[in-house]
Design a protein. Structure first.
Length: 272
C-alpha cells in the first residue's frame, strides 16, 4: 500500500467515477473502450489504497470495526440507493474487485459461458448467509480467509493471497466468479438494481435478432431477466445492430420509431 495516498481518495474517486459513468450511459456515450480507463484506475486504486473495495467495507461493518463503521456504513447505504436509481454502475467499473475480474476476462482464452443467473444468485445467497453468520456470530473475517485483502496488498507470503489469486485467474474464463457467486455486497445491490429507475431496455426498434442475448455473459439481456445481475458492461449495446433498439433510460419510458422506419430498418437487417 502507498501510505502517501489516504484511503478516502479511493472513495472520492468512487463517487466521481460513478457520476461520470452514469452520465456516459444516460447520454448514450458509454462504450466498452471508454470504460477501460475506469477499470484500470479502479484496479490500481485497489492495489494502492485498497479502496473503494465495497465488499470488504461491508465485511468491516459486519465485524463492527469501530474505525471503519460510520463512514463505511454511510457509503455502502449511499451506493445501494444509487443502484436503485442507476443500476449496478459501481459493480461494473468502479469496485476494484469487479474491475480486476473484468480486465482479466479480456484475456483471449476459451470462455466458459454461464448465462443462467438463478444458480449463481442462489449460491451467492447461501454465501451471504454464511458471511453474516461468520461475521456477526463468530467474528470471522470470511473475505479475509478468501484472500481479498491479501491479494490487493500483494501479501504473497499469506496463503490466502493464492486463494483469491485463483479466483482472479479463473475470471479469465468464467465471467466475474467472485461477483456472481460470492460477493456479499452484490447480494444487496442486485435486488436494488432489479428495480432501478434507469436501466437498459429494449425499444420498438428491436428486431429480435438476439445478438444482445448472445453477447451478455450473465443472461440479463434476456427480456425475461430482472436485470439484477446486469453489470452494465456494455456488451449488449455493442452487439446490437440497430441504433436505438437497446437504450439506457427510465424503466417506464417509451421509445417508438415510426412504423415505416421500423420496417425499413428490419428490411436492411434481414441478412444479419
Amino acid at each position: 500500500m502507498v501510505e502517501s495516498i489516504p484511503p478516502y481518495v479511493g472513495f472520492i474517486y468512487g463517487i466521481l467515477a460513478f457520476v461520470a459513468l452514469a452520465w456516459l450511459w444516460y447520454s448514450g456515450r458509454f462504450t466498452r473502450r471508454r470504460a477501460v480507463p475506469f477499470l484500470i484506475v479502479s484496479a490500481l486504486l485497489g492495489f494502492l489504497v485498497f479502496a473503494p473495495v465495497f465488499p470488504y467495507q461491508l465485511q468491516m461493518v459486519v465485524l463492527r470495526d469501530a474505525a471503519a463503521l460510520p463512514a463505511a456504513l454511510i457509503g455502502l447505504l449511499a451506493f445501494i440507493v444509487l443502484a436503485l436509481a442507476f443500476g449496478r454502475v459501481v459493480c461494473g467499473q468502479v469496485c476494484p474487485v469487479g474491475a480486476v475480474q473484468e480486465l482479466m476476462y479480456l484475456v483471449p482464452v476459451k470462455k466458459h459461458s454461464n448465462t443462467e443467473s438463478r444458480v449463481p444468485v442462489a449460491v451467492r445467497a447461501g454465501v451471504f448467509v454464511v458471511f453474516l453468520a461468520a461475521g456477526l456470530g463468530l467474528s470471522v473475517n470470511l473475505l479475509g480467509l478468501i484472500g481479498l485483502p491479501a491479494f490487493f496488498h500483494l501479501a504473497v507470503a499469506n496463503i490466502s493471497f493464492f486463494v483469491f489469486l485463483s479466483i482472479v485467474l479463473l475470471s479469465t474464463a468464467v465471467y466475474r466468479p467472485f461477483c456472481r457467486y460470492a460477493c456479499p455486497y452484490g447480494a444487496l445491490l442486485a435486488p436494488a438494481a432489479s428495480k432501478s429507475l434507469y436501466r437498459l431496455r429494449r425499444t420498438d426498434a428491436c428486431i429480435g435478432c438476439r445478438k444482445c442475448e448472445r453477447a451478455c455473459p450473465t443472461g440479463e439481456a434476456n427480456p425475461a431477466a430482472g436485470l439484477g445481475e446486469c453489470y452494465l458492461c456494455g456488451r449488449c449495446t455493442e452487439a446490437c445492430p440497430v441504433d436505438g433498439a437497446l437504450v439506457y433510460g427510465r424503466a417506464n419510458a417509451k421509445s417508438r420509431l415510426p412504423v415505416e422506419e421500423r420496417s425499413n430498418t428490419t428490411e436492411r437487417l434481414d441478412h444479419v
